[in-house]
Each structure stands twice: as structure tokens, then as C-alpha cells.
Design a protein around this ligand. Structure first.
Ligand code: HEM
Length: 492
């Protein structure tokens, strides 16, 4: 049974807005990966930025700015060594760490030697995220921001995002449907009430500490949170850690995981077409149906768990389903992307009961804030048209996967390692996430290039799945609260 939500009031005035909203109405966005070239000027720039950031309490008005830092960036800005050492180990070591790369599965085509950005040697310090309603507004904002940080920061990389029709990702599936909610800021109070009464679903709001540092998490404990010495903070910006002679540097901040993944739309649809071919059948419809078996939802978003036979666009936003009735995966394959990424109520733990299973899955949720990049294959993003255009020349397109978590290791890394990448997820044998796992080569003890689709009377195994996505950049960042940003910027 999930513990009752902890009631603590979130300090919305001190939290960056991205924690609560993905800025969906701000359709244009640019992510700038920056190097600090002058520490003093960089702090001065950040001092000015404090008042321009969009906060969790603000509704976005045309434009939003957010800022995050790598461990190297915090060191360069002069965060004292002792304080820096209190950040989580994975943040300090970074995504591109040899041991971490093995455990995340960032090998076999996903290794950092092939990345466009985020490699260890790079002076990657700051991530500036700029969102705007339209491209002209974004261009204007970017020009103003560049003028402000000139001489202080240099642009290492710029990631331009695209909003695809129907909130789709490039393969043609609706994205951004399933999202955990935070107990203290219910999106829709009536829904939350109903959920709290049932208290048995993974969709029950989670305590804030799962995503925001300085609050209690789903263990009813405080997630590890960076701190500073009292004398580190002469400006007295940081709040005290209750009962400790230290200041909280993490309070109201969160960790941001960024993975840039290219998508080979042509390889995806060609594979679906080839593997689903059957004489006399509607080739496109069959390809879409196989694609749904890989994703776990139909292109409209309708879940296979509740709509196994055909797409039902009216169920496109449905997120209330469970897999309890579908343990073998006849409706939704056990290895489908969404079932791996979030197994909800059924998992290898099922023999310990439904509640234990939910309680476990709730510890591995992420707030996803990804955005696509690159041109769509077809502007309307209709799957039938993408299918028809599957031989069109490839282009540089994909997903900027971004998630916010209180604990990188327990949330993002756990999911990536044990659910996405593992060949043995949920008693499977040689499967890996069909969309995003790096494929281990033939004969490897963790070979994971198959996808098992349960069916009566015989299951079907899809073998030698090609790679449909590739990791081409990434990093771990800290998205600070406003008081922490003032401390980092040494605001007087
Ligand atoms: C190019 C890369 C990716 C593509 C095309 C993709 C696509 C999708 C789609 C179509 C959905 C269903 C929409 C929804 O439920 O919101 C989804 C859900 C999800 N994805 Fe991905 N995804 C990608 C990368 C990732 C990565 C890197 C992770 C984390 C390791 C991830 C974790 C999730 C999670 C947690 C869900 C929600 C599952 C649920 O609660 O049912 N995805 N993804």
C-alpha cells in the first residue's frame, strides 16, 4: 500500500517552472549548452538572470527561461569544494563516466565517443533553456540573452527543438501523456480526490521529494540533498537545514537528465512494413499494429492494455490503465517501450502482491520534459503518411529526452539499466526496449535484440531488431531553486 501523501507546501516562488510544467504552449524552444569563460562576469550574468526566470508559481507569459548547471559549472562558479561534494555521486561523476556507461548500457553505438556533446573532456558548464510562443519571439529573446552573457559565457552547442503536430514524436506516436503528479500541487483536484480515496494506483500523486529536493519522498524520508557550511553563505540566501548547523543548497532544486537521441524513422517503418507483411492484408494497417506492439500505445496514444485490437483516438489521453489483467502481455507486450519504462502494477515483484508492486514502481517515476528536434517526415504526423514516406531521405531528427528527478540513480538510472536495457526484464530472455535500448551484439550474454509478442496459440518473436535510435549527447544537470541560484551567483 502506498504511504499517504506527505503534506508539505511546495515553495512555488523558489522553484523553477519546468518542475510543474513543460511549457507546451511555448512551442519554440532552444537549449544552449554553455561554457563559462569568465567566472566573475558569469556570476554577474546569473545575478541578472535570477529575476527573469519563470517560476513554478508563474503562468508562462509568452517566454520562459530556465537554467541548470553541471558539477563542473558549479565548481567554476566557485561553489566551495565541501558543498560540491555533498551533491549526488552520479551528478558529480557525470553521465559520461566509464563505469556508468556500462551500467546505463551506453555502448554498442551509444558510447560517448560518438556523441555530439557532453563528452567528459568538454567544458560543459551551464544549460540555458529558452522557451517562447513563436519562433520570432524566441529569436528576439535569444538575441537579447546572447548580448547579456557575451564575454561571460560561450555557446558550446545549441539544440533547437521542434513541436510536432498532435504532440507526437518522430515515429508518429503521441508523446507526453503519462506523467507523475506531485501530491501538493494536484493538477486537477477532483481527480486527485478520487485517486487518494482508492490509494492503490501508481498514478496516486507522489510526495514532492521524489522530484524536488528538500521535501519528503515516497519513503517518507528526505532525498539526499546538497548542503553548504553556514559561513559559505555570507549573503544568507540559503535556508537552514532543520536541526543541523548547515544550509540547504538543494532545497527547491532538482536534477535534470538530458539525453539527445536521434530517430531513424525510415528504419523504424521499413522494419514494421517488412515484419508485418502478409499477402492480401492492408500493409499500412499491419505496420501500425506492429508499431503499437513495440510502443505499447497506438499512434493516437490509446493504450494497448485497454484497446488491444485497434486504435481508439478517443482513448488517446488514457493513462488510468494497469497491466493486472494482462500478465503474459497478450494485449500489451511485456517488453513494449511504455511497459518497460513504467510497469505500473505488474512486474517481477507481482508474487509479492499488487500493492508491493505499485509501491516499488512508484519509486522509479520521472517527470518527462522532452522535446523533439529536426524536421518531421510529414508535417501532419499521420502514421499512414509517414508509412508512405518511409523511403524518404533520412534527416537529422530525434528527441531531446529530458527528465527531472530527485534521485538520478534511483529514478532515471534504475529505469534505464533494469527496465529499458535489460535482456531479462520481466522474465524475458533476449529482449531489450524495442525503441531505445542499445542492442548487444549476437552471442553477448546480455543480447537484447529481440521483441516478444505474446499471442494465442503461439507467441511471435521478432529477432535482430535494428537500432531505431542512437544516443548522441547528454549530461546530468542541477536545476537550482532561486535561493540556491542567488547563492551560486553570489548575489550580495
Ligand atoms: C527517441 C527516444 C524515445 C521515444 C521515441 C519515446 C517514445 C515514447 C512514447 C511514444 C511514449 C508514450 C507516450 C506517453 O505515455 O507519454 C513514451 C512514454 C514513456 N517513455 Fe519514452 N521515448 C523515448 C525515450 C525515452 C527514454 C530515454 C526514457 C527513459 C529512460 C523514456 C521513458 C518513458 C517513460 C517513463 C514513459 C511513460 C510510460 C508510462 O508511464 O506508461 N523514454 N515514450
Amino acid at each position: 500500500m502506498a504511504p499517504p501523501p506527505v503534506s508539505e507546501t511546495l515553495e512555488l516562488h523558489d522553484i523553477q517552472g519546468l518542475v510543474l510544467r513543460g511549457y507546451g504552449t511555448l512551442r519554440a524552444a532552444q537549449f544552449l549548452v554553455l561554457e563559462i569563460v569568465d567566472d566573475e562576469l558569469a556570476r554577474a550574468y546569473l545575478q541578472g538572470l535570477v529575476g527573469r526566470l519563470n517560476l513554478a508559481r508563474d503562468s508562462p507569459a509568452g517566454v520562459a527561461l530556465q537554467v541548470a548547471f553541471t558539477a563542473k559549472g558549479l565548481a567554476k562558479l566557485g561553489v566551495p569544494e565541501g558543498a560540491l561534494a555533498t551533491f549526488s555521486r552520479e551528478f558529480l561523476e557525470g553521465m559520461d563516466d566509464d563505469v556508468r556507461a556500462v551500467s546505463l548500457g551506453d555502448l554498442d553505438g551509444n558510447e560517448s565517443s560518438g556523441w555530439r556533446w557532453g563528452k567528459r573532456g568538454e567544458p560543459m558548464h551551464v544549460l540555458l533553456m529558452v522557451y517562447a510562443e513563436t519562433q520570432p519571439i524566441l529569436d528576439r529573446e535569444l538575441a537579447a540573452e546572447r548580448a547579456r552573457f557575451a564575454g561571460a559565457l560561450a555557446v558550446l552547442h545549441e539544440r533547437t527543438t521542434t513541436t510536432l503536430a498532435g504532440n507526437k514524436e518522430h515515429f508518429g506516436w503521441r508523446d507526453g501523456i503519462s506523467m507523475p503528479t506531485i501530491a501538493d500541487v494536484p493538477k486537477d483536484p477532483s481527480r486527485t480526490k478520487e485517486k487518494t480515496e482508492k490509494k492503490e494506483s501508481w498514478t496516486d500523486p507522489l510526495p514532492a521529494g521524489e522530484f524536488v529536493l528538500g521535501y519528503k519522498n515516497d519513503y517518507q524520508a528526505f532525498t539526499e540533498c546538497p548542503t553548504a557550511e553556514l559561513h559559505d553563505d555570507p549573503g544568507d540566501h540559503l535556508p537552514r537545514v532543520p536541526g543541523e548547523p548547515r544550509k540547504s543548497l538543494g532545497k527547491n532544486g532538482t536534477y535534470l537528465v538530458f539525453r539527445e537521441m536521434t530517430q531513424d524513422v525510415s528504419a523504424f517503418w521499413s522494419y514494421l512494413a517488412k515484419e508485418s507483411r502478409e499477402p492480401g492484408a492492408d500493409a499500412c494497417a499491419r505496420a501500425i499494429a506492429l508499431g503499437a506492439k513495440l510502443v505499447g500505445r497506438w499512434p493516437s496514444g490509446a493504450p494497448l492494455a485497454t484497446s488491444p485490437e485497434r486504435d481508439r483516438p478517443e482513448q488517446g489521453g488514457d493513462n488510468e490503465f494497469l497491466y493486472t489483467h494482462d500478465t503474459v502481455g497478450l494485449a500489451c507486450p511485456r517488453g513494449a517501450h511504455i511497459r518497460r519504462a513504467n510497469p505500473r502494477d505488474v512486474h517481477a515483484l507481482e508474487d509479492r502482491g499488487h500493492s508491493a508492486s505499485i509501491a516499488m514502481v512508484r519509486k522509479h517515476q520521472m517527470i518527462r520534459r522532452g522535446r523533439a528536434f529536426g524536421p518531421p517526415v510529414v508535417a501532419t504526423m499521420e502514421p499512414e503518411k509517414i508509412f508512405a514516406a518511409r523511403d524518404a531521405p533520412r534527416a537529422d531528427r530525434g528527441l531531446h529526452f529530458i527528465c527531472l528527478v530527485g534521485d538520478i540513480s534511483r529514478q532515471f538510472e534504475f529505469v534505464q539499466r533494469n527496465w529499458i536495457q535489460s535482456a531479462n526484464f520481466d522474465s524475458l530472455y533476449k529482449d531489450g526496449d524495442p525503441l531505445i535500448a542499445a542492442r548487444r551484439p549476437e552471442g553477448h550474454r546480455n543480447q537484447n535484440d529481440e521483441h516478444t509478442v505474446a499471442a494465442e496459440p503461439l507467441r511471435r518473436k521478432y529477432k535482430r531488431l535494428p537500432r531505431f535510435t542512437q544516443l548522441v549527447g547528454g549530461g546530468y544537470f542541477f536545476l537550482p531553486g532561486i535561493a540556491a541560484l542567488k547563492f551560486i551567483a553570489r548575489l550580495p
